[in-house]
Structures are given as C-alpha cells and as structure tokens.
Design a protein around this ligand. Structure first.
Ligand code: ADP
Ligand code: MG
Length: 338
C-alpha cells in the first residue's frame, strides 16, 4: 500500500494523545516502523540515553523521495485506508503520527532507498521544518536518526530522567520488541557499547534464550494451546525464578508487546500459592488472536488493547499456567464465540 493522508473522519476515530514523551517511545515507534517494513535486520544506536541520539536502521522495503516527504507529515500512513481496516489491524503502526510527532520535537535525518529500485534519498527535518531534501547513497532500507530530543521544548525536557534511566527505559522497550520478533536480527548499541547482537532465530524459545541466557531458558516450561480464534505459545519460569518486579512478565499479542495487566491476573492466581509477597513470576505469553477480536485503537501508544471475549483469553492463560505449574483445572469455560 502507498502512503496517503487519512480522511478527516478516520482521523477523528483514532485514539488521540501524546505518542512521544521520552526516548523509549521514540525507539519503540521507530522499531515498529522497521518491523512493519518487513525488515530482517534492525540496528539500534543510542547516545546520551537516547536524548542526544537515537538511530534505527533497517533493511526493509524503504521509501521513495515522495514517500519520505509524505511520511513525516501528520496523519499519513500506508497501513490504513478505511474505517473497516481499523477493525482488523495487522500492522504495529496505523495512526500515521509517530514520524510527524518525532520530527516536531527533534532534529531528524531520514535516509531511505526503496527495495524495489530507485536511488537513496535524504530528508532532514528540524522542529517540524524540512531543511534538506536531496539524494544520498544508501543500500535498500531506511535509517532514521533523531538528535536532541525536545531541544525546543523545555517543558518536555524537564520531565526526562537521567541519561542512564532513559537508556534503561529505552532498552526495555527494545527488549520487548526483540522478544516479540525472533525472526528478525537485532544489533543494539548504547553509549558506544554493544548491548545486544542477536541473529534471527526461528522460534520464540530460541530468542528468549538469546536474551536471558541458557540457564534461565532451560527452566522454562512451554505450553501451547490452540483454540478457535486463539493460539497461545506460553513459557513459564518456575516459581523459584520469581523476580522482585514485574519486568519479566511479557504478553505479545500478534507481535505487539502489550501490558499484561488484568489479562494475566489468572496467571498470578495460579502462581500465588508458590510465591510470597513481593515476588513476581516471570512468563512470556505469545498470543495470536483473530484481529477482529482485538481493538488496538484504545491507547495512543498502543500499549493497551481491548478484547472482545477477555474472559475467554483469561481462561486460556489460566489453563496454560495450570498445565505448566502442575495444578488441576477447576473449571473450563466454553470456547469463545468467534
Ligand atoms: P504509521 O506507522 O502509523 O503508519 P508513522 O508516522 O510511524 O505512521 O510512519 C508513516 C509512514 O511512513 C508509514 O505508514 C510507512 O509507510 C512509512 N515508514 C515509516 N518508517 C518506515 C521504515 N522504516 N521503512 C519503510 N517505510 C516507513
Ligand atoms: Mg509507525
């Protein structure tokens, strides 16, 4: 699909709100764009916690000069056309706002060459104004460099934490996307040091192993449940591997990291009898759901989703946890109406 401007009516239907509040949000949006562009390798670089520089380079489909110019404008997207599409989103992005929002508050250099042919082109945007627009060499794919985030927005800068805290948050966002997309290779540098170098692998377990190490990974119990409209591949760490925070609780919905929130509450209940206060289980839930059963258009940053049939999903997760931890299934609700 080509990039185009969304219709007014459709714009009004898209969950409004601030997309970019800190470096982690920028990193997330840029990696999502690379994934949507079918990248097989993604390189991420951070300096100054991402406040000074965020660079994301991919080998995806790329953009023509015209597409580049459109991409940085508000409400332009190649991922959504009609209201009908909004009800079954299959891409990570669809709002057409991230690049425009980032360009409005930073110095941004975009460099892209279409995979299908044509030359490389570069666009430099500062505080929302295009200051350079010219050919530049590049292999097929796209690089986006974001410098001096919030340089003209002191009110925003004030709320940023220390570079090391921002780097931690940004790397957390990277880790979630890395776990969600084992089929993509990732190289990540922060402050000149290589922090991740992960070749593509063919299964989620292999990616979890790459990120957490073999010792942790070996102890994960894997459960797969397939039901009409749902496919769950879940990995549960044993209760002894509990953590002091919830950082290692992951839910990936069709390749999108989302907050486990109340959906994972039943998983907690299953673990509860093994865990003391302040101990949080580690688990990785890869859930694929018929896109028509999910509404991702409820949160500007797309971190929360709404399910039609939330109970059915909760029940699915609970049964998976029970199977992994050796409990007994108390009640089975009927399969979801699809
Ligand atoms: P959205 O992802 O919601 O469509 P964005 O502002 O993030 O909105 O991007 C706008 C458009 O720019 C995308 O729809 C896509 O067509 C194009 N684009 C952005 N990043 C890339 C990339 N890395 N590779 C190819 N195309 C991209
Ligand atoms: Mg996007």
């Amino acid at each position: 699909m080509r990039i185009r401007r969304l219709e007014e009516q459709l714009i009004r239907k898209i969950a409004a709100g601030e997309v970019v509040d800190r470096p982690a949000a920028v990193v997330k949006e840029l990696i999502e764009n690379a994934l949507d562009a079918q990248a097989t390798r993604i390189q991420v670089g951070l300096a100054g916690g991402g406040i000074d520089l965020i660079r994301v380079a991919d080998d995806g489909v790329g953009m023509t000069p015209e597409e580049l110019r459109l991409a940085v404008e508000r409400h332009t997207t190649s991922k959504l056309e009609s209201e009908e599409d909004l009800r079954r989103i299959r891409t990570l992005g669809f709002r057409g706002e991230a690049l425009a929002a980032i360009c409005a508050v930073a110095k941004v250099r975009l460099l892209s060459r279409p995979r299908e042919g044509g030359e490389g082109h570069q666009l430099v945007v500062e505080g929302g104004r295009v200051v350079a627009d010219r050919p530049a060499p590049r292999a097929p794919g796209t690089t986006v460099e974001v410098r001096e985030l919030f340089y003209g927005v002191p009110a925003r800068r004030k709320f940023l934490k220390s570079p090391s805290a921002e780097a931690r948050a940004a790397l957390g966002a990277v880790r979630r996307l890395v776990l969600a997309h084992p089929e993509v290779g990732f190289q990540v540098h922060s402050e000149g040091r290589r922090v991740l170098d992960l070749p593509p692998v063919d299964a989620p377990r292999a990616r979890i192993c790459q990120v957490y190490g073999a010792a942790f990974c070996q102890r994960l119990v894997e459960v797969e449940l397939i039901e009409p409209g749902y496919r769950l591949l879940a990995f549960f760490a044993p209760p002894e591997a509990a953590r002091p925070t919830r950082v290692d609780q992951h839910l990936f919905l069709g390749g999108r990291p989302v907050q486990p929130g109340p959906l994972a509450a039943p998983v907690y209940q299953v673990y509860r009898r093994y865990l003391g206060r302040g101990a949080h289980p580690a688990f990785f839930l890869y859930l694929d759901v018929d896109p028509e059963l999910v509404d991702v258009n409820v949160h500007p940053k797309k971190e929360e989703v709404r399910f039609r049939g939330e109970r059915a999903v909760q029940d699915l997760l609970r049964r998976a946890a029970l199977r992994a931890l050796g409990g007994t299934v108390v009640s089975l609700s009927p399969p979801p109406a699809t």
